[in-house]
Write a protein that binds this ligand. Sequence first.
Ligand SMILES: Nc1nc2c(ncn2[C@@H]2O[C@H](COP(=O)(O)OP(=O)(O)OP(=O)(O)O)[C@@H](O)[C@H]2O)c(=O)[nH]1
Ligand SMILES: [Mg+2]
Length: 262
Amino acid sequence: MGLTRQATGFFTLQENFLPAGSNGYVVALAGNPNAGKSTIFNALTGLKQHTGNWPGKTVLQARGKFTHQGHSFTLVDLPGTYSLLASSVEEQVARDFICFGRPDVTVVVVDATCLERHLNLVLQVTEVTSKVVVCLNLMDEARRKKIVIDVSILASELGLPVVPTAARRGEGLTRLKDVITAVATGALQPTPNPIVYDDDIEAAVGRMAKALEPILRGRLNARWVALRLLEGDDSIIDAIKNFLDTELKSPGIKLQLKEVLT
Ligand SMILES: Nc1nc2c(ncn2[C@@H]2O[C@H](COP(=O)(O)OP(=O)(O)OP(=O)(O)O)[C@@H](O)[C@H]2O)c(=O)[nH]1
Ligand SMILES: [Mg+2]
């Protein structure tokens, strides 16, 4: 019967973002609502994705292209999301793309005027992928509010490149493209500082991840999946079934999970 629609779920997801003939690197733009993702998207691609002052307006991901230093990029503007826990449609769209769309680079746009709140998503994304660039946007607002951020300390604490921008004025966007290019080509390899949990959680996650590795076969970060399962986020089981056509409900995995939890 050949490949079924279901069996090609992963490719279907890619097709949604990348129509036939697309080439080059894929860059995801993630971030909390109102961080300035669509403003950056429009500035980089020349398209006119709606921007405004209310949260959650980008519900579906928009796609556009740009070239830089001789490389082609497809930029995907994701809906605003506070977390990757997929508790709303927007969060699920963003999570699914970051996890299963396999972007070459994920840019997390954060608001420099309320950095602490926005860094939560940065940390969550680094649990899925290390190919992350932090875009520290709204720097003009931060300056106006006399907020001073030591960008190099922030970068070394996170283990990630951090690019300050004021996207509405076009500030910092060339450097943002330089850094995206460096990460996409592998010239720059971010090494995010891992989040370390309590010993008992780490032990459970370690065992669970080991059981998941042969099933996921490098298509998704096993540690991240283990954390979601231990947290009781069952939506990841369905997403893995959909996009990777892989069953996590097998008796083997259920048993593993039960063993780890007891
Ligand atoms: N002052 C200032 N305003 C900005 C900057 N970047 C974006 N904005 C403004 O912030 C508001 C939100 O920007 P958007 O680009 O729509 O934000 P978003 O992250 O796409 O929002 P969602 O789609 O809801 O997730 C708009 O009014 C932008 O003009 C910036 O660097 N400085
Ligand atoms: Mg938007």
